[in-house]
Design a binder for this molecule. Structure first.
Ligand code: SAH
Length: 245
């Protein structure tokens, strides 16, 4: 009998040590592994003998369609996303495509460590209280709505994690977001910036909100803006939860 098995696998932020046991097991059992070229290179190092299909960035729909087609041929297919596949990854579109098929596909999402908690661990403990996660990419979301979410999060005193903070075309959205947050929070609010968390060239810095423009931010970076209570101690950010020591 055909298996028609499809997994959306979050492979975590970087190397093998950040993958879950379950993700490794699913990749090991897959007949074919599909994903964006950079992530496929990473997985190839762990499972060199597998069959792979790598596609370029911005080819998400094409890539997902290939994954669905392959699973309909009876193969066990693993589609990899960095971090968690359900957070700005491929899980949603895969599920939509699976639902649109006449033939049943057994679909499963395997969670992974997302950039926000990988970065938080490097920065100290910035996510100890309520936080929001916002992507500054306006490829598929209107910029007004993105900035409204930034504003509401700032007003609600959420710690704010900004994914996709900057690209070659979008250079000033992070400045705009920081300005909005500055209406509600001190200019000295700690901001953690982590580039390539969990990867070989990982780097991080902590600046204050007013200096966000001086920081080195690109599309491999995640930015975490503290809430009104967050502070820096011994080079780490702490967002206190309210425990009395
Ligand atoms: N599914 C991924 C997010 C994909 S969106 C996840 O759960 O982590 C791509 C954005 O995620 C990047 O622009 C960057 O802001 C962030 N990101 C992903 N991996 C990262 C890493 N290792 N270090 C820092 N930021 C990362």
């Amino acid at each position: 009998m055909k298996k028609n098995k499809l997994f959306a696998v979050g492979i975590g932020p970087g190397g093998e040590e950040h993958m879950t046991q379950k993700a490794l097991k699913v990749l090991e059992e897959a007949d074919i592994i599909i994903g964006y070229t950079a992530y496929i290179e990473l997985v190839k190092k762990i499972f060199p003998e597998k069959e792979y299909i790598a596609t370029a960035m911005k080819k998400e729909i094409e890539r997902c369609k290939i994954a669905v087609e392959q699973s309909l041929e009876g193969k066990t297919v693993a589609m990899v996303s960095s971090g968690d596949s359900g957070i700005y990854g491929m899980a949603g579109i895969l599920l939509q495509l699976v639902n649109a098929q006449k033939e049943a596909i057994d679909f499963e999402v395997i969670p992974g460590v997302t950039a926000a908690n990988a970065a938080a661990a490097i920065l100290g403990a910035p996510l100890m209280h309520d936080f929001s996660v916002i992507s500054l990419s306006d490829l598929m979301t209107p910029l007004d709505l993105i900035m409204k979410r930034v504003e509401c999060s700032a007003e609600g005193d959420f710690v704010i994690c900004l994914y996709n903070p900057k690209s070659k075309k979008r250079t000033d959205y992070i400045t705009k977001a920081a300005e909005i947050v500055g209406k509600y929070r001190s200019e000295n609010t700690p901001v953690g910036i982590v580039r390539n968390a969990g990867r070989e060239d990982e780097s991080s810095e902590i600046v204050s909100l007013k200096d966000i423009d001086k920081a080195n931010i690109d599309m491999f970076t995640i930015v975490i803006i503290g809430n009104s209570q967050s502070y820096i101690e011994n080079g780490k950010i702490i967002t206190p939860r309210g425990y009395k020591l």
